[in-house]
Write a protein that binds this ligand. Structure first.
Ligand SMILES: [Zn+2]
Length: 285
């Protein structure tokens, strides 16, 4: 009799606590700081994981500040994949609030490359480098969930070969462009330019997130005139006021390059790459 009551009580308790409480996902949860890494994570993990994006589309990782809502959404995360090299300066603060999560630098093997580029962190924009970053994500998922290692490996292989194929097609499409000089808004594209054979001859912002000084603007306008630059590539994450001033002063055309993805029309790495090369083709032809 007592036992019966206990069971009934237990049952009621389960029902009561079951109501109103969010159903926790059974899947292991992982996070990525920026959209391209999130794309790799989602495509490699697919339905076996829960993937969280930290810097929302439209925000700049250089100037991002962590909110309590973000910290809440990261509870239970096993690992956070970061590009590193100063891109995500806020990661330390975030990690100290999500202590169970390991922060994984997907760019560990690029130390020397980054040093050779004065610390420039925008490695993912070179598709070959990005595939190596995705490799780190795949290896981490395999280690953390060995039962599904074959699944993650197959997904990585499909994902990376699609990227490599598309990148080489896009590279080919740029061969016919005679003038490959570009000015970008901030210094996000050196690795991208190296891969695709473009020459970046200037940037609007010398320090990401910092407006250039009047002297820097004057120098840039001289470069635009001297080198007969017709197009400047702005970025959706950056302020447009400055670019408008440049248009007024020099008459350049402004197109938009996107280093991260906007989450609407550019939600995947391939979509991002396609878009950027199309803009460059439009601007330089
Ligand atoms: Zn940047």
């Amino acid at each position: 009799m007592r036992k019966k009551i206990l069971i009934v009580l237990l049952f009621t308790f389960v029902i009561l606590t079951g109501c109103g409480k969010e159903i926790e996902s059974e899947k292991p949860k992982f996070a990525a700081t920026i959209l391209p890494l999130y794309d790799a994570l989602s495509e490699i993990g697919q339905d076996k994981i829960e993937a969280v994006l930290i810097v929302p589309p439209g925000a700049s990782p250089h100037t991002f500040t962590v909110t309590p809502a973000e910290i809440k959404s990261l509870q239970g995360v096993k690992a956070i994949f970061e590009n590193n090299f100063g891109l995500e300066e806020w990661i330390g603060k975030l990690a100290s609030n999500v202590t169970e999560a390991k922060v994984i630098n997907v760019s560990e093997s690029f130390k020397q490359t980054v040093e050779n580029h004065n610390g420039n962190p925008h490695l993912w924009l070179n598709p070959d480098f990005f595939v190596q970053q995705a490799r780190v994500i795949a290896d981490t998922l395999k280690e953390s969930d060995p039962q599904n290692a074959g699944f993650y490996e197959a997904n990585f292989n499909g994902y990376s070969s699609n990227i490599v194929d598309e990148a080489s097609k896009l590279k080919e499409s740029l061969k016919s462009v005679p003038n490959k000089n570009i000015i970008s808004f901030h210094d996000a594209f050196p690795y991208f330019a190296e891969y695709f054979g473009l020459a970046i001859i200037g940037t609007v912002e010398q320090i990401p997130g910092h407006e250039p000084t009047p002297k820097e603007i004057a120098n840039l306008e001289n470069t635009i005139r001297d080198k007969n630059i017709k197009v400047i590539f702005n970025e959706p994450q950056m302020s447009k006021d400055l670019v408008n001033a440049l248009i007024e002063d020099t008459g350049v055309k402004v197109l938009t390059l996107d280093p991260l993805g906007d989450g609407e029309t550019r939600t995947t790495y391939i979509g991002l790459m396609d878009y950027n090369i199309q803009e460059i083709l439009t601007g330089l032809k």
